[in-house]
Design a binder for this molecule. Structure first.
Ligand code: HDE
Length: 715
């Protein structure tokens, strides 16, 4: 397994990582170097412009100043039109299963280790927006395989809002800040988004996911990834098998609460970016297993839904997931712009053995990504940027263009040729294998229509809602209530309630109560009018679904499956805290892979009861309860001062409100009484419980959601 703990993640796991070796060749190290111009001329003075006299005007001949400013003035490139805010890391993929009967893809051959770069993103916000927006997360992986680059450009939600690429600019315009006032930033809670969504019943399924806690992950390391579309594997005989891709995080799938998300956005807008960076720096390399659902070509029409419809999942209970390998992220970028910003993903970048299906959303994506990279990265040579370059080289007759760096030798740049012995040659001419599209028979009348097999918009939205725990369902009700309360136009609220009513009447009723509205029994006339543009006989009676309850769609931790690896536990201390009480808990947590972080009223030294002292990095001034997973208050005289410390009380009140585990050593138990904290299974008292073991076991369950019902804490 490629999970070595090398500090800084310089190793690819199994020997040298050819991609990072290549990247390293491009690193510029300024150590012990004299400052130069861009042309390498050493500079004597980089502080003062050239001027006529000590207090006189600057001179136009100051080419050194111009060299510096000309570059600075051009530092920004257009941010991505969507997914502008992202964080990336290098890693490796190790194939662990023999699936050669389905695909010839070399990087999926059992035992193969392939370098990769992954980028996670939000969709709607600008480049500098908060990580904790309620939003879909992008989940892109560029595999640098021996057969060229393969990009799996997915999301952390397995379905999409729309079925046809033609509507993509519309859904994005609707969710982005409104064009007149450029409000709101990184948020869907506004009129234009819900106006569009309430007119598009095909968005109902995705809406359920985005209103669930999946849209506010605890960490990028704790979210699933999905290829979303159905793709094709192609084997050596040219036979295709439909495939759906899944990334399963080793740390489980976890989220924060909406109230926390809003506060984290204020306290640490880089919360996810920092978390990913720190984990990799600490050697806690995040890992995901890659799973595939395989559907024989003959079964294309077998199901109650259309496998080409990107608003549908294939329930795991219907087609099980087969794990075929593991991704390990083990190295942070050296330079954000050069790597994370310039990496160019494109779902059309395929390798032999993998092909696209006819999903109309996927088909549309194949144009858009290449087009956007050409614009965003300033021309057709973006493949030559170190982060985008394939590890097996590129040889073709394409040439020139802005920022070309390759220097093609010789006089030949055409094919066929005799002067260069026919090189670069077509693989087929030498009997070698290269990329071949799956030989799929195609016929049809040229039309702009939507298949009626795409017309069932609510069955899977209902499947998702019904598969959630009662707390998760409450969160969906709350999220919808929040979002629709922010909508000003009551017609839009009513229209969306009518859609929710088609999914689940109680859901619509409960959201309606929070909006002061009673849901309409039928879809709104305007919604129907638009739906009938695609399906003239809408609504069409849906087929009976094969699966009506899918436990895998719930994020609730299954008994005995949780882990506390890399979780952050705040040790709330002050001068006089007992080191013994701290050390005992710390050792147990670290043993389970968690982090113990001491927080005191001020940074700098604190003195323990036993006499020793320790340098503290975090204070109540810089830290917030919402950025931690659990809380421990140790024994000692510190308890006396914490008793009167409002920041301390705020920490544990908020932790309690957000259903986190709180442990109190014996001396500290009285502090719980001073706050809103009430004893329950997640509030652990040393005198009543098994302090260490119970604390760890509650943390493994992620949250004590039952506590949410009482909602006694005003924080
Ligand atoms: Fe994208 N999408 N998208 N998208 N998408 C972009 O490409 C587009 C869709 C996704 O980390 C853009 O490089 C169209 C589905 C991710 O750099 C752009 C359609 C899924 C990323 C684009 C979709 C995605 C993007 C903007 C409808 C999940 C970030 C910048 C047909 C399977 C990649 C860029 C990164 C980025 C177009 C729908 C995922 C404009 C036209 C469905 C993860 O090309």
């Amino acid at each position: 397994m490629a999970d070595n703990k090398s500090k800084k993640g310089k190793s690819g796991g199994n020997g040298e990582n050819p991609k990072t070796v290549y990247i390293d060749h491009h690193l510029i190290d300024n150590t012990k170097q004299v400052l130069t111009t861009n042309d390498g001329v050493p500079l004597y003075d980089n502080n003062n412009t050239l001027r006529a006299g000590e207090r006189g005007p600057s001179l136009q001949q100051d080419n050194i100043y111009f060299d510096k400013l000309m570059h600075f003035d051009r530092e920004r490139i257009p941010e991505r039109v969507v997914h502008a805010r992202g964080s990336g890391a290098h890693g490796v993929f190790e194939a662990t299963e023999d699936i050669s009967q389905y695909t010839t893809a070399a990087f999926l051959k059992k035992g193969t280790v392939t370098p990769l770069f992954a980028r996670f993103s939000t969709v709607a916000g600008f480049k500098g927006s908060t990580d904790l927006a309620r939003d879909v997360r992008g989940f892109s992986v560029k595999f640098y395989t021996q057969e060229g680059n393969y990009d799996l450009v997915g999301n952390n939600i397995p379905v999409f809002f729309i079925q046809d690429a033609m509507n993509f600019p519309d859904v994005i315009h609707a969710v982005k800040p409104e064009p007149n006032k450029e409000i709101p930033q990184a948020a869907s809670a506004h009129d234009t988004f819900w106006d569009f969504i309430s007119l598009m019943p095909e968005a109902a399924h995705m809406t359920m996911w985005v209103m669930s806690d999946r849209a506010i992950p605890r960490s990028l390391r704790m979210m699933e990834g999905f290829g979303v579309h159905t793709f094709k594997f192609v084997n050596i005989e040219g036979k295709a098998t439909f495939v759906k891709f899944h990334w399963k995080p080793r740390l489980g799938v976890h989220s924060v609460a909406w109230n926390e998300a809003q506060k984290i956005s204020g306290f640490d807008a880089d919360f996810h970016r920092r978390d990913l960076w720190d984990a990799i720096e600490n050697g806690d390399f995040p890992q995901w297993d890659l799973g595939v659902q395989l559907i024989p070509e003959e079964d294309e029409m077998k199901y109650s839904f259309d496998i080409l419809d990107p608003t549908k999942i294939v329930p795991e209970e219907l087609v099980p997931i087969k794990i075929v390998g593991t991704m390990t992220l083990n190295r942070n970028p050296e330079n954000f712009f050069a790597e994370t910003e310039q990496v160019a993903f494109d779902p059309g970048r395929l390798v032999p053995g993998i092909d696209v299906s006819d999903d109309p959303l996927l088909q549309g994506r194949i144009f858009s990504y290449m087009d956007t990279q050409n614009y965003r990265l300033g021309g057709p040579n973006f493949h030559e940027l170190p982060i985008n370059r394939s590890i097996n080289g590129k040889h073709n007759n394409q040439k020139d263009g802005f920022s070309r760096t390759d220097i093609l030798k010789g006089e030949v740049s055409y094919f066929p040729n005799s002067k260069a012995e026919g090189c670069p040659y077509h693989a087929m001419l030498k009997g070698e294998k290269g990329y071949e599209s799956h030989k799929q028979p195609v016929s049809g009348t040229k039309v702009r229509v939507r298949s009626d097999s795409f017309a069932d918009h609510f069955t899977q939205a209902r499947l998702f809602f019904n598969s959630q725990s009662s707390e998760e369902q409450d969160h969906i009700v709350n999220a919808l209530s929040f979002e629709l309360s922010k909508v000003n136009d009551v017609n839009i609220r009513n229209r969306e309630l009518a859609i929710l009513n088609q999914i689940d009447q109680n859901l619509a009723k409960n959201v309606g109560v929070n909006l002061g509205l009673v849901p309409l029994g039928n879809l709104d006339e305007l919604t129907l009018k638009f739906a009938r543009q695609n399906h003239p006989n809408y609504p069409i009676i849906p087929k009976k679904p094969e699966v009506e309850h899918s436990p895998e769609l719930s994020m609730h931790v299954k008994a005995g499956q949780g882990t506390i690896k890399t979780r952050k536990v705040a040790f709330l201390v002050d001068n006089g805290a007992s080191k013994a009480s701290i050390d005992k808990m710390k050792a147990a947590l670290v043993n389970e892979g968690a982090q113990a972080i001491l927080i005191a009223p001020h940074v700098g030294k604190i003195h323990f009861k036993e006499g020793a002292e320790e340098e503290i990095q975090h204070s109540y001034l810089t830290e917030a309860s919402v950025c931690y997973d659990a809380f421990y208050t140790p024994d000692g005289d510190s308890v006396k001062t914490l008793n009167d410390n409002p920041d301390y009380l705020q920490f544990i009140n908020e932790g309690y409100r957000h259903c986190k585990a709180l442990a109190f050593a014996k001396d500290a138990e009285g502090l719980a009484k001073k706050s809103f904290v009430e004893k329950d299974k997640g509030v652990i008292f040393e005198s009543k419980d098994n302090l260490v073991q119970d604390f760890i076991s509650v943390m493994k369950g992620h949250r004590v959601w039952e506590r949410e019902k009482s909602r006694k804490v005003p924080s």
